[in-house]
Design a protein around this ligand. Sequence first.
Ligand code: PHE
Length: 365
Amino acid sequence: PTHAPVTLLGKEYPRDATTNITSAIIDKVGRNLYMNPSHPLGILQSLISSHFRDFNSMTGVPPVVTPAQNFDDLGFPADHPGRSVTDSYYINRDLMLRTHTSAHEVEVFARGERKWLLSADVYRRDEIDASHYPVFHQMEGARVFSSDANGKAEVQEDNERLSQHLARSNIIIEDVPHISPTNPPQDVHDPVLAELVAHNLKLSLNSLMLTLFGNRAGVNEGEPLRVRWIEAYFPFTTPSFEVEVFFRGKWLEILGCGVVQQQTLDRAGVPGSISWAFGLGLERIAMILFSIPDIRLFWSQDPRFLSQFLAGQITTFKPYSKYPACYKDVSFWLPDTGLHDNDFCDLVRDTAGDLVQDVVLVGRK
Ligand code: PHE
């Protein structure tokens, strides 16, 4: 019934005109695939958590947040497209499903965490194809330094340690400046410290890329790992970067990161600090590492999928389906109000589940 409240993780929420969460999505909340140590997402999550061995790794944070947590607190402008009901799932006007793990930055910083990871399910309305799914998983990581001489010494020492480790590794890095006119430090930061912190971010993530992609048996054994840094823009970091890795013959976009906007730390009430943060998508990386050809497979309960993976091991997935794809043409008349492509895709998912592989718009007359 359309007027029954929305029930999520045992709690009831009233519907209103903004509600657009569907039952196919509600069914996914609480599955926590990344918490299963022998699921590819869990294997990858553990691999990253153990790489950052002295970071506090948090899991199980419920996905219901306010638009303020997801957008405003992070400095998203009022007209940012991500806020719209065509892009995000709203439970009602006041609550939504987080679209990224950055939605928890303020509360985690406010608890005084200085080296932390947070893994969680995130939700975005999107097209239907082999690499998009409206529920996926992200890992956020951050490290806080004090913005005084002690903090500076700590960053310098860590940069020294990481630089030595990377110098001994088989890695080629295409870099961009830590700060530049097009990727500036924040006015409130000592530019020397901002540069050191951005450098620490890069060294920390280059080291993670080596753990994930370096020297994989039978894939790039003995070859140098190629990592490419690109200037980026996020409302909640500056300078900001994206990281790409060359793996199995392609450049792959792996993550976004940057030096956290001071207003985020101010809002969290941790004065005298400077922090970096990154956010990465687990599915994209797991698809590459385990050779999983379709993002829907992660949700499979089929033993032919689940039994292939072992905790702590990156193995190559062996496809098992013997049925070819089957095409259907559908034509329909639109209401005068029009229909967003994402509305149609949600209708398809709600009716056909994950059987539909791809939805392609052939024409609109
Ligand atoms: N939240 C960003 C995203 O989902 C990634 C990000 C995290 C960027 C932290 C910068 C810092 O795309």
